[in-house]
Design a protein around this ligand. Structure first.
Ligand SMILES: *[C@@H]1O[C@H](CO)[C@@H](O)[C@H](O)[C@H]1NC(C)=O
Ligand SMILES: *[C@@H]1O[C@H](CO)[C@@H](O)[C@H](O)[C@H]1NC(C)=O
Ligand SMILES: *[C@@H]1O[C@H](CO)[C@@H](O)[C@H](O)[C@H]1NC(C)=O
Length: 355
């Protein structure tokens, strides 16, 4: 499933300097109640995060678990329990038939990508040799192979996302399912109704407003950044393979309940990487990032808020638990604000509240 967090490689998220202990302020549980205008509570909204659930499950509040267990139905972005949806989500990332990425990349960029993946793997192997744990090293390589597997058949936007994934590399992934997938699994296992508010087709085509030329530019730009990182040995995943700093930070601030709006107030790194990009290229890259953010977050926020409204008002759902990416609950034009505009009352649940 796609997630905004971790995608924007050349952007640095600004964190409210969370290291070590959580800040003292009241912890945000990423759980809200939602009431209709007549004051009747119809469900809960919960912000999930796309990391292995074992990494944070212990820190997810009991209020969240209670709300989940009490709910009759669970609302998800897309139903990952449905095999045909899953198949479509995998297939749709690829070009049709025998087409290959060479067609839209051109020979120069295609060759650079090939070269980059090979050099990255080589470096990874040499770094891992120094480690005692051969099994863990194997797993890292396998994760890398999986991350880039079939890249040559990817449609342009999905190839861009492959690169974003490498920027924020998280090759030491545990085997447990992601938190959002885990919730879907539990919902299915406990016989709850599952609604999804996006279609496989919508999840497959998240980028609507960029031309192929712009996506290819973004691939080129991101690749240059990755090449620079590899040459200067500053790739975080190579320096510290066990945990990408940024994912680690995000998980940490999520646990602390302090993932705030300003996480998305990202500023482009001013780091110079590669002399071949001039100022107007940098501007163009920023512009593309803004369009991506609009497509991936804001447009989807509007759509998801409309569909939630429909589930509540037309289908008459009265006891649901909606688990959507946390990114959709923070920042401008987030789902909470959009639902308030539709007349719902939304209140954050606190640790000592009774669910
Ligand atoms: C990475 O692993 C080393 C030792 O294997 C450990 O000291 C370090 O804390 C780990 N880093 C993170 C971020 O988990
Ligand atoms: C990629 O960027 C480099 C540097 O600006 C440029 O020379 C090259 O033509 C670009 N390639 C493509 C396919 O856009
Ligand atoms: C910046 O570089 C691009 C090629 O990467 C070129 O087309 C453009 O004219 C340059 N712009 C300026 C202002 O030099």
């Amino acid at each position: 499933m796609m997630k905004w967090i971790g995608w924007l490689c050349t952007l640095y998220l600004s964190f409210s300097s969370i290291r070590g202990d959580c800040l003292e302020t009241e912890r945000n549980l990423f759980l809200w109640t939602i009431e209709k205008s007549n004051g009747k509570q119809v469900g809960y909204l919960f912000g999930t995060i796309h990391v292995p659930y074992t990494r944070i499950w212990d820190r997810v509040s009991n209020r969240v678990k209670e709300a989940f267990h009490r709910a009759n139905s669970v609302i998800l972005e897309v139903d990952l329990q449905d095999p045909s949806t899953l198949r479509r989500l995998i297939k749709c990332k690829n070009l049709k038939g025998k087409q290959r990425s060479l067609q839209y990349l051109g020979p120069e960029l295609h060759q650079r990508l090939q070269h980059y993946f090979a050099s990255y793997r080589k470096k990874l192997i040499s770094v891992l040799k120094e480690r005692d744990d051969a099994e863990a090293a194997q797993a890292v390589i396998a994760n890398f192979n999986q991350a880039i597997g079939g890249w040559d058949r990817r449609r342009a936007e999905w190839l861009l996302f492959v690169l974003y994934q490498l920027c924020d590399n998280n090759l030491d992934r545990e085997d447990s399912p992601m938190l959002d997938a885990y919730l879907a699994e539990m919902a299915a296992a406990s016989g709850k109704d599952i609604h999804s508010i996006e279609t496989a087709n919508e999840q497959c085509n998240p980028v609507q407003s960029l031309s192929e030329e712009q996506v290819v530019f973004a691939i080129n730009y991101t690749l240059s950044y990755l090449e620079y990182q590899l040459i200067t040995k500053r790739n975080p995943s190579l320096q510290q393979i066990n945990r990408s700093r940024r994912t680690y930070d995000i998980v940490r601030s999520y646990e602390c309940g302090s993932l705030e709006n300003d996480v998305f107030k990202n500023t482009h790194s001013n780091e110079k990487f590669g002399s071949h990009f001039n100022q107007s290229d940098v501007q163009r890259a920023k512009q593309i990032d803004l369009i991506l953010k609009d497509d991936i977050l804001i447009k989807r926020n509007f759509r998801m808020a409309d569909r939630l409204d429909k589930v509540i008002s037309k289908d008459g759902e009265t006891n649901f638990f909606a688990a959507l990416g946390t990114g959709h609950f923070i920042g401008e034009k987030n789902i909470l604000d959009l639902l308030k505009d539709k007349g719902y009352t939304i209140k954050p649940v606190k640790e000592d509240d009774i669910v």
